[in-house]
Design a binder for this molecule. Structure first.
Ligand code: HEM
Length: 473
């Protein structure tokens, strides 16, 4: 790793690793992006310049104050980095990847759906959807069978997102869509894990399987749109809001293709991230039974075995701390990047026009100056008192600035709704010896799934024992 910051004709360039003479740091980054960015942040501080090949440099911004500069103060000087070709093929021109006036218009159209009043009004119906879905765990308690909960929690996240965005027409096709999605996940190309791997041709059977999945998935979405066009509109989630909003803004009808892009973008943005977060939260809880006990007790006191209301979900502080600590350690979006549309400075260092600037949420969430023993799971970090000691941008699972997550509040409420309902009914316990590793794809997922057993929640077993003791005394 190389020298101190240096000056080129009055322009300051941050220090950073140069790596291999030809590939730069490409191999190290591909092998373990999260570990690599964490090491660079530790070695070089808040901003570093990393060489990824001959004359090819990117910048890693890790310090919370500099992240603020990048994503808030200098936001107009950057565009999103949309070199994710495969993702663009799936999402098209939706809110996540659009830019400029198109983005502004799309964000304005969907904003009302994310108003707290709207979000709270979903809770009763969604809580019932979750409760019915979780009934399937009862059979697993009986059989003591080991299951991979990753696809199950992903399917639950899909059901919540799909019901909210596309309503009844989605629910009718939820199982079929979950099946296609699972096949697509298996066929989705792995991020190359070395510099050379990027040059290998993709596996043909996987490429064909993925193409089939795209076709089947699109067919389902177009059928959903057809159901909506035929009505009744009030049971079709956000589809009326999207089509009417588009007409108000442009005086043009939203075509089926444009509506598809909006629906698929919202669906993916919502469930990919929430599914990942549910997996990591339950993984961490299974490793920390004392935390799980404390959280289950809080949930039992507030909910008393009933389905949660929106007001109750706002009064579960320890549950919120647990979810935040899980988002810190395993941010579903582990990194994001921007491209400089013009030359600018961050922390006094020059960022040239066209340069890629990366924020590794994984690395920033582990900076030892803000997080003591950063790899340790400790929900106390999110007590009111401890939160007040840190700059806001030290914890950014939903990013920050004008392109930050529009669904942050919805995501928090839905996570609390699912985790509190599971907490009231079940303990999910990781199978001893099951390997757990991060797979950095579009979102951070457990590479080998999460093999778990499902038991009756210890809070219920404790309650039953207390009653027995009382009866015998
Ligand atoms: C735990 C759950 C979630 C996490 C961690 C998360 C995280 C993020 C992050 C980090 C971004 C910024 C990406 C970037 O700047 O490159 C983002 C954007 C976005 N998220 Fe989320 N998200 C979550 C749930 C949701 C939900 C439930 C929705 C609802 C539809 C949603 C919709 C979006 C959209 C539409 C954008 C793009 C916003 C824009 O560019 O204007 N997300 N999310």
């Amino acid at each position: 790793m190389s020298a101190d910051p240096h000056k080129h004709s009055e322009k300051l360039t941050p220090a950073g690793p140069d790596g291999h003479f030809y590939f730069g740091c490409l191999s190290e980054m591909r092998k373990d992006p999260m570990g690599f960015f964490t090491a660079v942040a530790l070695d070089y501080g808040g901003i570093a310049r990393i060489r990824f090949g001959r004359g090819n440099y990117s910048y890693l911004v890790s310090d919370p104050e500099l992240i603020r500069e990048l994503l808030i103060d200098n936001a107009s000087k950057y565009t999103k980095n949309v070199r994710y070709d495969l993702l663009r093929k799936v999402l098209g021109e939706g809110l996540l990847l659009s830019e400029g006036d198109v983005w502004k218009r799309q964000r304005k159209i969907v904003r009302p759906a994310f108003h707290p009043k709207e979000v709270f009004s979903q809770v009763t119906e969604s809580a019932e959807v979750v409760a019915r879905f979780l009934d399937r765990f009862d059979a697993l308690v009986e059989s003591n069978e080991v299951v991979d909960v990753e696809p199950i929690l992903s399917q639950l996240a899909q059901l919540l997102a799909g019901s909210w965005i596309m309503g009844e027409p989605f629910r009718r096709r939820a199982d079929r869509i979950a099946g296609i999605y699972q096949d697509a996940t298996e066929a989705w190309p792995e991020a190359p894990r070395s510099a050379l791997a990027a040059y290998l041709p993709p596996s043909l059977p996987k490429a064909l399987a993925l193409r089939r999945c795209f076709k089947d998935f699109n067919a389902q979405i177009y059928e959903i749109i057809e159901d909506f066009r035929r009505g009744p509109k009030e049971e079709c989630g956000l589809m009326s809001l999207l089509t009417e909003g588009h007409y108000e803004q442009t005086s043009k009808q939203l075509s089926d293709d444009e509506l598809r892009d909006q629906l698929v973008t919202l669906f993916l943005a919502a469930h990919e991230t929430s599914g990942s977060s549910l997996c990591w939260t339950h993984y961490l809880l299974s490793l920390h039974p004392k935390v799980r006990d404390a959280m289950q007790s809080e949930v039992a006191d507030v909910l008393g075995g009933e389905l949660p209301t929106s007001a109750e979900l706002m009064t579960l502080p320890y549950l919120e701390q647990v979810i935040n600590e899980s988002l810190r350690l395993y941010s579903p979006i582990h990194s994001l990047s921007r491209v400089a549309a013009e030359e600018n400075t961050i922390g006094g260092y020059t960022i040239p026009k066209g340069a890629t600037v990366i924020v590794s949420l994984y690395a920033t969430h582990r900076l030892p100056q803000y997080w003591e023993n950063p790899d340790v799971f400790d929900p106390e970090r999110f007590s009111e008192e401890n939160v007040a000691k840190r700059p806001n941008s030290a914890f950014i699972p939903f990013a920050t600035g004008h392109r930050s997550c529009i669904g942050g509040m919805l995501a928090s409420l839905q996570s609390k709704m699912v985790v509190s309902q599971i907490a009231q009914r079940y303990d999910l316990n990781l199978l001893p010896g099951h390997p757990v590793d991060l797979k950095p794809s579009t979102t951070a997922r457990p590479r080998y799934g999460l093999k778990m057993t499902v038991k009756k929640a210890s809070v219920l077993r404790r309650g039953a024992e207390d009653e027995r003791r009382l009866a015998n005394s």
